[in-house]
Ligand binder design. Structure first.
Ligand code: HMG
Ligand code: MG
Length: 306
């Protein structure tokens, strides 16, 4: 089976990566992280979330971070907006500071939808509908994140039909592309393939991305399975940062460094400089006083040191 010739990575480190950190991370550090990611060649960066600061205190400075980043032409900056309040906050700044893309985020699991965004799946779609319409009317691209597409911390295994149903609902309200997320990192290639197949009934292959957390160490295997299906958009997190406050026990996203190492080995172009990416991961890990949670970064750093 032929693999894609190129892959586009969205680094979700500043958002998914940091949202679960208990210690406050200053806006200046988040801004510097975005800077280092774009210097490493990332063309898409998920910068922040406009969500309730009571629910996710770490993201309370989203506007400050969006104001502070130094934008590069050709880079797409995205933010999460779960409702109109979040969308209005995201575009309260001058137009030059608007996100290029907003992300509405739903779940294939009812229980997770309730825990994460305090409403049912059906209600979430009704909340997203005006957000999607307003974003598109303002020339802002819309992505839909679909959580718990293989497993849910509260409901267990999730059937692919439920993923297909959510993808259809997202498509119906005008979402332009979707992320198939294994929020708690329980997926294995066959299950992930089924979730992707269900999504591909509603979205073109170019508009489907893989978003794999690495709790059980399966994220790279799942990435390869998705590549074999022709998927060429993925989300990953520098230094393997992350987790969701509403998915207890789930670890970070697959590390961007590990994905880039895999892709380089497969001769798939990413436009990303792995050494600079490792530097970015080291920067944020030092800020958080820990080592990067990436096998490739650890290997590269130890080689440099020795
Ligand atoms: P709610 O309680 O249903 O909302 O929360 P509400 O409309 O009833 O408002 C309640 C309070 O929240 C009010 O404030 C609102 O003003 C405020 P109060 O009067 O109590 O002071 N509020 C907001 N404040 C700021 N920004 C907003 C906003 N909306 C309401 N946008 C809501 C609904 C979605 C806001 C809440 O449940 C929430 O913020 N949840 C956080 C969800 C979140 O950020 N989860 C993590 C990201 S998703 C994820 O990580 C998964 C992903 O990576 C993919 C994967 O791996 O699966 C994307
Ligand atoms: Mg996630």
């Amino acid at each position: 089976m032929s693999l894609p010739l190129r892959v586009k990575l969205v680094d979700v480190g500043p958002r998914d990566g940091l949202q679960n950190e208990k210690q406050p991370v200053p806006a200046a550090v988040k801004i510097e992280l975005v800077q280092r990611l774009q210097e490493a060649g990332l063309k898409e960066i998920e910068v922040a979330s406009f969500v309730s600061p009571k629910w996710v205190p770490q993201m309370a400075d989203a506007a400050e971070v969006m104001h502070g980043i130094r934008r590069r032409p050709g880079v797409r900056y995205s933010v999460l907006t779960p409702n109109m309040k979040g969308f209005e906050a995201a575009i309260a700044a001058p137009r030059a500071e608007w996100p290029d893309e907003i992300v509405v985020f739903g779940a294939a699991s009812e229980a997770f939808s309730q825990r994460n965004i305090n409403c049912s799946i059906a209600e979430s779609i009704e909340r997203f509908r005006p957000v999607v319409a307003a974003a598109r009317a303002n020339g802002i691209h819309v992505r839909g994140a679909m959580s718990c597409t293989v497993g849910c911390p509260y409901e267990g295994e999730i059937a692919p039909e439920r993923v297909g149903m959510l993808a259809g609902l997202m498509k119906g309200i005008g979402v332009q592309r979707v992320d198939v997320a294994d929020t708690i990192g329980v997926g294995t290639p066959r299950k992930v393939r089924r979730a992707l197949e269900a999504t591909l009934k509603h979205f073109d292959i170019d508009d489907v991305s893989g978003h794999f957390h690495d709790t059980y160490g399966q994220a790279l295997a799942n990435t390869l399975a998705a590549l074999e299906m022709g998927v060429w958009n993925f989300q990953s997190s520098v230094a393997g940062l992350g987790g969701c406050p509403f998915a207890k026990g789930a670890t970070g996203n697959v590390a961007s460094e590990d994905v880039v190492y895999l892709l380089q080995g497969l001769d798939i172009a990413t436009g990303i400089d792995l050494d600079k990416l490792v530097d970015a991961g080291q920067f944020i890990s030092q800020q958080l006083q820990r080592k990067p949670n990436s096998r490739a970064a650890t290997a590269i750093l130890s080689k440099r040191g020795g």
